[in-house]
Design a binder for this molecule. Structure first.
Ligand code: NDP
Length: 311
């Protein structure tokens, strides 16, 4: 028996349980709330979707949890020294979806769509100078699962791409920077900056006044990672000054974004409802099923997140 532990509403939980059960016909997947006390004692594995940490603490014999979400920072932050491993979703289909979103919104900024939308509203016929893709410098913060595939997709579409990670990396066609020194270099040459970093104590507020000021004047910004990586006041100031010309934001400090938030009506901000790379239940369930099957065969647990590193 494998509990599904989630804060999602009952109908979303049913969708997940149906998809997981279909991918694992030999397993019984049940909502956490339906477990008896005895069953709670027996669980060594749980499948989770943004769970309440209190629920996980009621499963004392857990060895690992498999998240159907890619980002697991909430669990990392809210659970103090968990006795079990946290495995996050790594799903090539989701990665591909993210790279598609990165390409789409990069093209939106590259082809000056925000300007032409505003010009149409004001009935203005004015052509901006054309910039070739190879002359548009794109910086990708984070060269992990999502960052690397997204960077490569941009390279394949003719852009001049650089990327930044904690450790040194080699990615074909991408100029790679790492560490604190590397960040300044990357920012100073990013006409469009794309954030695909995990939220950790080191990345929280990383895109604040100082780092935003290192971008070329008029740069575009895309945040598809987590809201708190951006200092909202600093971004609003940079937008006001024109230092950042337009921001595409999919993630926010508070979600849903409150209806009175200034971003909603800001003409140089595109608001997306955390949609750049949603988890697809069928695709994710297949990945989870493969990992559970391997665990049942030889007790091997997939690579877990590093709690010290925070991702
Ligand atoms: P990974 O863990 O695979 O990659 C993280 C990357 O960030 C790595 O390259 C890592 O460096 C780098 N990094 C982490 N900390 C630092 C730091 N302090 N300085 C420099 N580089 C750093 O994560 P994913 O690519 O799978 O996902 C990234 C994030 O995207 C997730 O954490 C999640 O928050 C978000 N996400 C958003 C979605 C959406 O719909 N908006 C959907 C899915 C995910 P190194 O390689 O050296 O370790």
């Amino acid at each position: 028996m494998i509990p599904f532990v989630s804060r999602a509403n009952a109908s979303n939980q049913s969708i997940w349980i149906a998809a997981l059960s279909a991918s694992m016909p030999n397993e019984v997947v049940v909502p956490f709330s339906e477990l008896t006390d005895d069953q709670r004692m027996q669980c060594d594995l749980a499948i989770v979707a943004n769970p309440s940490p209190q629920d996980l603490l009621m499963l004392p014999n857990l060895k690992w949890v498999h998240s159907v979400w890619v980002g697991v920072e909430r669990m990392i932050n809210e659970l103090v020294s968990p006795s079990f491993s946290i495995v996050r979703l790594v799903d090539p289909e989701l990665t591909n979806t993210m790279s598609e979103a990165v390409l789409a919104w990069t093209l939106f900024l590259h082809r000056d769509m925000p300007t032409y939308t505003q010009q149409q509203e004001q009935v203005i016929w004015l052509q901006k100078p054309m910039v070739r893709a190879k002359d548009r410098r794109i910086g990708v913060l984070g060269l992990g699962e999502l960052g690397q595939v997204s960077a490569k997709r941009l390279v394949d579409n003719g852009f001049s791409v650089s990327g930044w990670s904690r450790r040194a990396k080699l990615v074909a066609g991408v100029q790679c920077f790492h560490g604190e020194d590397g960040l300044g270099q990357l920012l100073s040459q990013s006409d469009i900056l794309i954030c695909l970093l995990p939220l950790t104590p080191q990345t929280k507020g990383l895109l604040g006044e100082k780092n935003l000021s290192l971008l070329p004047f008029g740069a575009g910004l895309i945040n598809f990672a987590r809201g708190p990586i951006i200092d909202d006041l600093a971004l609003l100031d940079a937008l006001e000054q024109g230092h950042v010309s337009h921001a595409v934001l999919d993630v926010f400090m508070q979600e849903p974004l409150p209806s009175d938030h200034v971003y909603w009506r800001h003409q140089n901000v595109s608001v997306l409802p955390h949609i750049s790379a949603p988890t697809h239940p069928q695709s994710a369930s297949k990945i989870v099923a493969d990992n559970v099957l391997r665990y049942r065969l030889d007790a091997s647990i997939p690579e877990a997140v590093d709690l010290n590193r925070g991702y």
